[in-house]
Design a protein around this ligand. Structure first.
Ligand code: PEP
Length: 247
């Protein structure tokens, strides 16, 4: 099954209106490969601004949302609020949400299931720490994180998995194309056996962790890498080269 390449830019807690204007300018100038889906993950306060000003070929994602429609959840935003302002995507389970904000596999799975039920598309992040990799636990960890989601999600058509080894995020240490491919392939095999071959064949698995204009082509040529989730380089014009990695 052909899987459309999908590149996400996770801006994290970066940017102001002026800087975001510059990012929107280089996205408008592109040109962006029409065969690649592009999604930018925007700080909540700028979501509507970016939604109203981004070019039509760039989708907008929130970087988080809660597992309830509304209520006494100070500081949170709901999937319904995102839909209300025309935002159709959300990034959930990023390692910073897991590590800094203490989000468990279970909470993340609940949030993913609730976002999907409410019509959002989800970039679901998973990945092992350096300690876990060195202990030979990479597969155990990413399978556990995926299983937690699978326990609550039955329809995977609006899910993109982002495999982001934590040791490669923002460190300049990219997984080699072979290291990334090995985990992507293992994940796809795991999904085939534990969920279904159909889901495994159709689901897009992004790689994230120090992706740059210089390394994106080689990473993107791996058979089980279906796109990227990028932070540092998504704030720079180089992001256009990453979107165009498959050209
Ligand atoms: C990320 O935080 O999702 C990420 C991949 O960061 P960077 O591209 O800066 O390594």
């Amino acid at each position: 099954m052909a899987r459309k390449f999908v590149v996400g830019g996770n801006w994290k807690m970066n940017g102001n209106k002026e800087q975001i204007g510059q990012i929107l300018n280089f996205l408008k100038e592109g040109p962006l490969n029409a065969d690649t889906e592009v999604v930018v993950g925007v700080p909540a306060i700028y979501l509507e601004f970016v939604k109203n000003n981004a070019p039509g070929n760039v989708e907008v994602a929130a970087q988080n949302c809660y597992k309830a429609e509304k209520g006494a959840f100070t500081g949170e935003i709901s999937p319904l609020m995102l839909k209300d302002i025309g935002v159709n995507w959300v990034i959930l389970g990023h390692s910073e949400r897991r590590q800094i904000f203490g989000e468990s596999d279970e909470l993340i799975a609940d949030k993913i299931a609730f976002a999907l039920q409410n019509g959002l598309k989800v970039i679901a992040c998973i990945g092992e720490t350096l300690e876990e990799r060195e202990a030979g636990k990479t597969e155990e960890v990413v399978f556990r994180q995926t299983k937690a989601i699978a326990d609550k999600v039955k329809d995977w058509s609006n899910v993109v998995i982002a495999y982001e080894p934590v040791w490669a995020i923002g460190t300049g240490k990219t997984a080699s194309p072979e290291q990334a491919q090995e985990v992507h392939k293992a994940l796809r095999d795991y999904i085939a056996s534990s969920i279904s071959p159909d889901v495994a064949g159709g689901i897009r698995i992004q790689y994230g962790g120090s992706v740059t204009g210089a390394n994106c082509k080689e990473l993107g040529s791996q058979p089980d890498i279906d796109g990227f989730l990028v932070e540092g380089a998504s704030l720079k014009p180089e992001f256009v080269d990453i979107v165009n990695a498959k050209q």
